[in-house]
Each structure stands twice: as structure tokens, then as C-alpha cells.
Design a protein around this ligand. Structure first.
Ligand SMILES: [Zn+2]
Length: 314
């Protein structure tokens, strides 16, 4: 697979060491590195004096201490959460206990669609089921403090309750795990949904922010182009899935082997779920057919409509 996204796999933060990375923005990495988290979750502090924290991170004592000491002498007025995966929101209660700040988010953790009969959510363990925001945010809601204004932007797909936050004063945006510079985002049904994810990418693609602060990895400096490359990457992935199905690949393990060459073995399960996410979307659009709802064990074929289009050389 050619690298069609200009990934940045360098990392400018040291775990536990807070750094001012832009006007009004300080970053602190939790150091929870791994195949899904890169060097770790990045928590952000917005403003000076009266500040907001975005994504306090995992329930990790060392990180919580580092975050609290980074804001010592200041007042934390808001805690915002991009989404409720366990590497982003579980530190909220510990930060609230010390600061008394109110929490903000789209809502509690939930799957992107109702589960099919007998289906289990393979990402259940990754969800923070305890988080309940004190204040529920809707698309377009504004949260402001001294010298900063954050606009909530619903961006479901990676997680049903995913929110990005635009920092109005500097035309930048906290992109959570929706757009990251080091890797593509994981979209795994039923926790996530590809049709929502693509809609959310197009939504950000139409906005003006040029700098993104992601949940993992470095700042993205050319965000507008980066989002377009993310969109093209997913469209390309969809095309290769369709191409492989047209050549006879009918199940997800076969598709993963054909498409993800040289994949880290720890990511094979996630790749299968990502292919399922695309198939679910294509079944909904009538491009691909399967028996019953799209599932990880299902067999897939081009829909009659798509087959005709292929034969006509479309
Ligand atoms: Zn994350």
C-alpha cells in the first residue's frame, strides 16, 4: 500500500513534561504508548490563569499529578472531553475532585448503532462507561473563558460521542482521535461507524481551521490538506475492497490479507473491524450485498447494481 497520507511519526513531547505548543495552548503527554495510542494521549491546557483542560487522559496517577502540577496556581474552569475511550476521559473525576471544574462533552459512551442479535461490541472494554458530562454540548455550542472561546463540533465516527473543539481566537482545532497526524483513526463497528466518520471528515474539510491539535501525535500544521488526504485514503480503501471483492475475495480475513500488506500483527483485529466498517457502509449504500446485517463473519459480494457498473467498465 502506498503511503497516501503525509504522516508525521516524530513526536515533540516528553511524557510528563508540559510544553507550550501554540499561543493559548499547552500540551502534556500521558506516556500511555501503544499500537493504538502512539506515544500516548495528549492532554491540552487552554488559556492562562483561568484555563480549560481538554481530555484529561487515562486514569493514571502519574499523569494526573503532572496535569495538576502543570496548572498549579491557576484556576481550572472547564474540563472538556473529545470522546469516552479509556485513554481520554477516565481522569476526569480525579481532576474534578481537586479543581472543582465542571465537565463538558457530547454525552455518555454509546455504540454508533443498536447491536445486532448476538453481536458483542469488541471495543466495549475500551469505553469509559462511567463518564457523564455535567454539561452536555451540542453541535455549535460555545464554551468560553478568559481570552479563549471553544466551539463544540460533533464529529461522530471514531466514537459515537466524538466532539472536536475549535479554538476561535487562533483558527485552530482540537481534533481528538478523529484526525491524527501519526496514523489513520480507528473506525470499528458498532463502537464507530464509517458513514458517520466520512460525514465528519467532510464537515471538518469545509471549515477554515488550519492547525489541529490531535489526541495523539504532533500538531498538524497543514490541516486542510491533511483532512483531504484522509478522505482520499478512505475512498481509496473502499475502492480496493470493491476491487478485491470483484476478484472473488468474499470474507473479511481474505480482504485484510490482500489489502494490509506488512501489517503489525497486533493490528490485524483492528484492520478486520476497519474493513467491516467500510462493508457496513457499502451495504447500506447498496454497493455490496451480504446475508442479513454486515458482520465480521459475513460473506460479501458486489450488489447486482455494482456488478453491472463494473461490467460496463465504470
Ligand atoms: Zn485516543
Amino acid at each position: 500500500m502506498t503511503e497516501d497520507i503525509p504522516f508525521d511519526r516524530s513526536f515533540d513531547l516528553k511524557a510528563g513534561v508540559v510544553k507550550e505548543i501554540a499561543p493559548q495552548v499547552r500540551a502534556l503527554c500521558a506516556g500511555n504508548s501503544g499500537p493504538f495510542t502512539f506515544e500516548g494521549t495528549v492532554s491540552y491546557i487552554v488559556g492562562r490563569g483561568n484555563v480549560a483542560i481538554i481530555d484529561p487522559g487515562p486514569d493514571d496517577e502519574r499523569h494526573i499529578e503532572a496535569l495538576l502540577s502543570a496548572v498549579r496556581g491557576e484556576t481550572v474552569t472547564h474540563i472538556l472531553v473529545t470522546h469516552t475511550h479509556r485513554d481520554h476521559s477516565p481522569a476526569v473525576p480525579a481532576i474534578q475532585a481537586v479543581t472543582g471544574a465542571a465537565s463538558y462533552g457530547e454525552g455518555p459512551h454509546r455504540a454508533s448503532r443498536p447491536l445486532h442479535i448476538g453481536e458483542i461490541n469488541p471495543l466495549d472494554a475500551a469505553g469509559d462507561m462511567d463518564f457523564r458530562p455535567d454539561h452536555v454540548l451540542r453541535d455549535g455550542d460555545l464554551v468560553s473563558g478568559s481570552g479563549w472561546t471553544l466551539e463544540a463540533i460533533t464529529t461522530p465516527g471514531h466514537c459515537a460521542n466524538h466532539m472536536a473543539y475549535a479554538l476561535r481566537e487562533t483558527n485552530s482545532l482540537f481534533s481528538g482521535d478523529h484526525v491524527m497526524g501519526w496514523s489513520t483513526s480507528i473506525v470499528a463497528p458498532p463502537d464507530g461507524a464509517m458513514s458517520d466518520y466520512m460525514d465528519s471528515l467532510h464537515k471538518l474539510g469545509k471549515r477554515s481551521e488550519t492547525v489541529y491539535f490531535p489526541g495523539h501525535g504532533n500538531v498538524i500544521r497543514d490541516a486542510t490538506r491533511f483532512v483531504q488526504s484522509y478522505i482520499r485514503h478512505r475512498q481509496g480503501r473502499e475502492e480496493s475492497i470493491l476491487h478485491r471483492i470483484s476478484k472473488g475475495a468474499a470474507d473479511i480475513p481474505t480482504l485484510v490479507r490482500a489489502i494490509y500488506i506488512g501489517l503489525d500483527p497486533r493490528l490485524v483485529g483492528a484492520a478486520g473491524l476497519s474493513v467491516l466498517a467500510h462493508l457496513e457502509d457499502m451495504v447500506a449504500r447498496g454497493v455490496v450485498s451480504t446475508e442479513g446485517p454486515a458482520s465480521i463473519a459475513g460473506t460479501y459480494r458486489l450488489s447486482a447494481r455494482r456488478l453491472i457498473a463494473y461490467r460496463l467498465g465504470d
